[in-house]
Ligand binder design. Structure first.
Ligand SMILES: [Zn+2]
Length: 171
């Protein structure tokens, strides 16, 4: 059973901020960074997408900078070819609170890239989220696979999908 209830959204933000502050010099001297908090995050219970909006967010987000879709937080899914390890094709089921923090690390890293006037890099954000996950839950390391393995999974999946729907029922 994976827990789906998040008791304290604020603690997650603080934890992720301090993890990144240890990694990047000068963050704690940045006013915009210091002021960032839960008030700047739009949380969607039924959403599957997360994002960082440096140049203004969609209207429904009321000017908030980061979006977190909680249904995206129930599993760990990555697809960055440039990294040594990836998640398997369907993702790894994880605790929602862990997933929430992993997504925050990703989006907050985009925020750091913006504050430091650097280009958007998915390699950096994905590397950070993966590093963070393995740090808080080393157990998941054994489920990660290489890009080659992932590619094989995708190819096989494509073949099966010609015959079956995604729930495994014959078409
Ligand atoms: Zn990203």
């Amino acid at each position: 059973m994976y827990r789906k209830k998040i008791e304290d959204f604020t603690s997650g933000v603080l934890e992720c901020k301090s993890w990144l502050e240890n990694k990047y010099d000068g963050l704690t001297e940045n006013e915009e960074w210091n002021e960032f908090g839960l008030k700047d995050i739009h949380i969607i219970c039924n959403g599957k997408r997360c994002g960082h909006y440096p140049k203004g967010s969609p209207r429904y987000m009321n000017g908030k900078r980061i979006k977190i879709g909680l249904r995206r937080c129930d599993f760990y899914l990555s697809y960055c070819k440039k990294l040594e390890y990836l998640s398997p094709i369907g993702g790894i089921p994880i605790d929602r609170y862990d997933g929430y923090k992993v997504c925050l690390i990703h989006e907050l890293t985009h925020f750091v890239q913006q504050l430091q006037n650097r280009n958007n890099s998915e390699k950096e954000t994905t590397k950070n989220e993966l590093e963070y996950l393995i740090e808080i839950k080393p157990f998941y390391e054994h489920q990660l696979i290489s890009y080659e393995e992932r590619k094989q999974q995708e190819l096989k999946y494509k073949e099966y999908r010609k015959l079956y729907d995604r729930y495994g029922n014959r078409k």
